[in-house]
Write a protein that binds this ligand. Sequence first.
Ligand code: TYD
Length: 147
Amino acid sequence: METERTIAAAGYATIAGCRLIPLRTVDDPRGSITIVEGEQDVPFPIERVYHLHGVPAGGSRGGHGHRRLEQLLVAVAGEFDVLLDDGAERRIVRLDDPGTGLYIPPGIWRELEAFAAGSVCLVLASMLYDAADYERDYADFLAWRSG
Ligand code: TYD
């Protein structure tokens, strides 16, 4: 799996470094538990957790790239699209399974779109919040990628 550490040697991540990860899930008649442990189930230490909720039906979030941050996104309820863009290629992944995470390595532009009503996006992140890690303008993101 492509991680910040291998990318540091090989250059920025590409779309191919974005991967769906089946998460360990324990099912029983009472319901299910899905487990994510840092550096075990994801290739990074988990430094921050947040969730997106209350997004209106059809709504969007994101629309930025991160220079160093690694993330795992999970649709713990509902479903939404994740547009991934490495500056050369785009791909859209629909997340709709609380037992599957989408790993996004550093250097990828992402947009979360087409939320179904009541959806919740859980985000596990490799770093504390750092506004300087964001590329919020797409032209700046492309310039940074090619620079
Ligand atoms: P932002 O990452 O821009 O969300 P989105 O791209 O989905 O619209 O964050 C929105 C606001 O929340 C922004 O003012 C920064 C703040 N924020 C934090 O303070 N800490 C965090 O960990 C995150 C993710 C956001």
